[in-house]
Design a protein around this ligand. Sequence first.
Ligand SMILES: O=P(O)(O)OC[C@H]1O[C@H](O)[C@H](O)[C@@H](O)[C@@H]1O
Length: 272
Amino acid sequence: MEAKSLLGRMNSGNSCFSLVVRLHLSPLMLFVEFGTIGSLEQHGFARNRLWSVDRDPPPFPANTSHRAFVDLILRHSEEEVKIWPHRYECRLRVALGPGGDLMLTSRIRNTNTDGKSFTFTFAYHTYFSVTDISEVRVEGLETLDYLDNLKNRERFTEQGDALTFESEVDKVYLSTPTKIAILDHERKRTFVLRKDGLPDAVVWNPWDKKAKAMADFGDDEYKHMLCVTAACVEKPIILKPGEEWKGRLEISAVPSSYCSGQLDPRRIFRSN
Ligand SMILES: O=P(O)(O)OC[C@H]1O[C@H](O)[C@H](O)[C@@H](O)[C@@H]1O
């Protein structure tokens, strides 16, 4: 399966809202090196590999409402050995809930037979469709420390209230809470991200100049997108042979002007 530029569209069946997540896949799954810190290609190699579908996946736990799912698998390959001399298995489960919520679960296992550990970083590079970036707020990241990719990854502390956007942004927020909300006032829709095992969050919008310079990005598309990436970047994950790491991201869309902490989106879904 080609991982690049996957468009995932989910309609809730409820006319109040629909959720469009651009799973610019690999984007969805960055592996080994997030960003351009190391010697590998931008965001690592997993994004540009061919994944296969597991036709006999392990069953879902009985107590979950997520019944529609696909498991994608990526394993080491001979051609990759020069850049990443390890054996691994990476499983990505993409599941849809009855209310239209999207659940991404990743498991990465060290299958080395030479006794060697390996280290990697990880991110779900999810692009969110918004009506007007200038009217968007992000809640859950205020007052946190971040590394600013536009300033040589210098560390700063976010001030004030919720994040708003009026120019290019490329920040790695550190030790973030498990819940982050993206409020689209004009559309009266909020995306709620719930994550596990992914302490960091990257917030990115290229704004006008960078958008024009990017070959695979429309000149005006920056006005209608925000990339909020659940990640594990600051402290890389280390796995010994036989060990497995698990990370999870759940994305829900909630109608109207939901504010984090005030409403529980799960209840809204159930009552619809
Ligand atoms: O275009 P992509 O390779 O998907 O990456 C787009 C952007 O993703 C991230 O959020 C990074 O922090 C940015 O520095 C990068 O430009």
